[in-house]
Design a protein around this ligand. Structure first.
Ligand code: PMP
Length: 562
């Protein structure tokens, strides 16, 4: 067996020696995984779990071609990228061939920035951090516009632009959206947290900042603090289900893009300048959000007019996951090309590797700054051999085609469940990237957070691994290894069905047996809503006695598989 310690001993040592901020999955009954293959993971007793969430194991856990490529190269040479090596340039060339021609220059990175005790997923933050540096250097501007509920990584520069992380704090409303590094006189840098509310869409005025800083312990307020504090702002998430503009809006793409333009205008009023707009091509941790078509084109026009650049974070959604395209930003149309693209997770199928790709102009400006860029592990021959093998397998096994076919099957099954279950408010996604949003009421869209957690635990009992995410932690997140099969999809749907029925009984929700009632509020007119009230759809079932539902506590909430 691959088990070296008894499970209780593993748990004991982990509690003793591993930073507690890294929350364990299913903390009340953790799983010990000792091996994996394809879309399956196995615990210490040989019990098999179906993995619906691990987009890192993109071409399947422990794919033999990838393992062989890595092992062979490790037995031959591994060194840094200052020596000439074919793997580096061959990989760059292969990667480039998947992208629009303008995106032609690669920077290979990996974790490197932190000794994170939460392996193995700390690889892409470095890519986004470098992307911000490239953007600031190219534009000579400072400010970054990020999306509500965004997550871009764990290093300091990215936590500031990752509102998702701040929602996790217990008193999220009052906790900071920005951490400020204050330079005390004498040059000592003190990491200070300013307790404030930075509302999406609002630049906090410097006067308020001064007040907050003074009341928060009275610090010296240098320009450095002001700059950092003001240098990021959140635009509304382009979520047409629950967001500001929904599917019944005549032009949600333009409306959401106009919000970005308004943020830019406010920044300009304060004498600030935009370096970049950064967004995932489809938001993942933010709730599996699919932006309306044309959104990024319009945002890019506003941002570029202000002298900024556009960064597409493809860490979760790239490498063919969306099926119809290799990169998720391509879903918006051939007329949208970001200035910088960041990649991670699936790129090395579990091997720590990530990449930033940009235009020759941005790269040239970075080089002209005079500061050399070097990174010990980025682009080493082993990582590049592995990256090449991943690309080979995606092609050889037609995994992009599989994402189309199996994604469609899974979506159809989930749509069918939505027609039956009032708890499902929305099914959305592309290819093998799908979100199922659970709501207690389709009219008010009250998030079914505890119910989503219950689904996760119930499916675990059925040996299926799923996660719930989004700002309300009520979106079931599907992003399985790309070798997922139609049978896997059928199994998940079959197991999900009775779990939803049980939860609906507890809530007193009637099953929806009327055909085509799976309309949701976001697509409904007001008169439809009144009609639905008459139909009693989504309303509690008076006859059913509410059963006890597991209490929703912080410890109960399973960390999302990010
Ligand atoms: N970008 C996105 C969209 C992510 O989801 C993540 C990780 N969940 C990151 C960046 C950071 O990646 P890593 O943890 O590999 O540094």
């Amino acid at each position: 067996s691959a088990e070296k310690l008894d499970k209780s001993k593993t748990l004991f040592l982990r509690k003793k020696h591993v930073g507690p901020s890294c929350k364990i999955f299913f903390s009340q009954d953790p799983i010990k995984i000792v091996k994996a293959k394809g879309q399956y993971m196995y615990d210490e007793n040989g019990q098999r779990y179906l993995d619906c969430i691990n987009n890192v194991a993109h071409v399947g856990h422990c794919h033999p071609d990838v393992v062989q490529a890595g092992a062979e190269q490790m037995g031959t040479l591994n060194t840094n990228a200052r020596f000439l090596h074919d793997n580096l340039v061959l990989y760059a060339q292969r990667l480039q061939a998947t992208l629009p021609p303008a995106l032609s220059v690669c920077y290979f990175v990996n974790s490197g920035n932190s000794r994170n005790l939460c392996p193995p997923l700390n690889r892409s933050s470095e890519a986004n951090d470098l992307a911000l540096r490239l953007a600031r250097n190219f534009t000579g501007h400072d400010d970054i516009i990020t999306l509500e509920n965004a997550y871009h990584g764990h290093v300091s520069s990215l936590i500031d632009i990752s509102p998702y992380k701040h929602h996790q704090l217990p008193d999220a409303e009052l906790r900071p959206s920005v951490h400020v590094v204050s330079a005390a006189p004498g040059g000592v840098h003190v990491n200070q947290t300013v307790h404030s509310r930075i509302h999406p869409f609002v630049y906090t005025p410097t006067s308020e900042l001064a007040m907050l800083t003074n009341s928060g312990g009275g610090g010296y307020l240098g320009t450095e603090i002001q700059n950092l504090f003001q240098s990021s702002a959140q635009a509304p998430s382009p979520d047409v289900y629950r967001g500001r503009y929904r599917a019944d809006h005549p032009d949600p793409a333009a409306a959401y893009a106009d919000d970005v333009r308004e943020l830019i205008d406010r920044a300009h009023e304060k004498g600030r300048k935009i370096a970049a707009f950064i967004a995932e091509s489809l938001q993942s941790c933010g709730g599996q959000v699919v932006p309306p078509a044309g959104y990024f084109q319009q945002v890019a026009a506003h941002v570029r007019r202000a002298g900024g650049v556009v960064i597409a974070d493809e860490v979760q959604v790239g490498f063919g996951r969306v099926g119809s395209h290799f990169w998720a930003f391509q879903l918006q149309g051939a007329d949208f090309v970001p200035d910088i693209v960041t990649m991670g997770k699936p790129i090395g199928n579990g091997h720590p590797m990530s990449c930033v790709v940009t235009t020759a102009e941005v790269a040239q400006a970075f080089a002209s700054s005079g500061m050399e860029y070097f990174n010990t592990f980025g682009g080493n021959p082993v990582s590049c051999a592995i990256g090449l093998a991943v690309l080979d397998v995606i092609g050889k096994e037609d995994l992009q085609g599989n994402a189309v076919r199996v994604g469609r099957r899974l979506s159809d099954l989930l749509e069918a469940l939505k027609r039956k279950h009032p708890l499902i408010g929305d099914v959305r996604g592309r290819g093998l990237f799908i979100g199922v949003e659970l709501v207690k009421d389709r009219l008010t869209l009250t998030p079914a957070t505890a119910e989503a957690q219950e689904v996760i635990y119930k499916l675990k009992e059925e040996k299926i691994l799923l996660s719930a995410d989004g700002p309300h932690r009520n979106v079931l997140k599907f992003k399985p290894p790309m070798c997922f099969t139609p049978e896997d999809a059928e199994l998940v749907a079959a197991k999900l069905d009775p779990v939803l029925t049980e939860l609906e009984e507890v809530l007193g929700l009637k099953p929806l047996d009327v055909p085509n009632v799976g309309k949701d509020r976001s697509k409904r007119t007001l008169s439809d809503e009144h009609q639905q009230h008459h139909d009693g759809i989504g309303a509690p079932h008076p006859a059913s006695a509410p059963k006890r539902i597991r209490k929703e506590t912080n410890s109960r909430i399973t960390p999302a598989a990010d």
